[in-house]
Design a protein around this ligand. Structure first.
Ligand code: AMP
Length: 123
């Protein structure tokens, strides 16, 4: 899928629309999800035009791949989630219901999160 520079996260990165920022460095921006699905629900996005994890890891410079993953860890630490625990998730494509076509890692926390997915295939 080609990158759409008008997606909502691209607009946030360009400062065209606001976000509730948690963490930022040269490689990444982290902000609260507008429709939280846990007491803590934050999104971390790389500063670059990448649709998905496959696109990002195939095409981004190594420094950005490393910097982005470090930013995910730093964001979890900034949120105080390391000790109580948290979950990361990245949707990609139609089967995963990816809504925004700019790579983002969800960080969920703030309560016991229950099973990872629905259990119909895990018996
Ligand atoms: P996904 O289904 O993985 O693509 O998730 C997209 C996420 O982006 C959803 O959880 C939305 O609530 C969130 N979202 C959409 N627009 C915004 C926005 N302007 N600021 C913060 N989060 C947003």
């Amino acid at each position: 899928m080609a990158y759409d520079p008008n997606n909502i996260f691209a607009k946030i990165l360009r400062g065209e629309i606001p976000c509730n920022k948690v963490y930022e460095d040269e490689h990444a921006l982290a902000f609260h999800d507008i429709n939280p699905q846990a007491p803590v629900h934050v999104l971390v996005i790389p500063k670059g035009e990448y649709v998905s994890m496959a696109d990002f890891t195939a095409s981004a410079p190594e420094e950005l791949v490393v910097g982005f993953m470090r930013a995910v860890g730093k964001t979890a630490e900034t949120l105080g989630l390391v000790e109580p625990g948290y979950r990361t998730l990245a949707n990609a494509g139609a089967n995963a219901h990816q809504e925004v076509p700019h790579l983002h890692i969800h960080i969920f926390g703030g309560k016991p999160l229950g099973p990872m997915l629905d259990r119909q295939f895990s018996n």
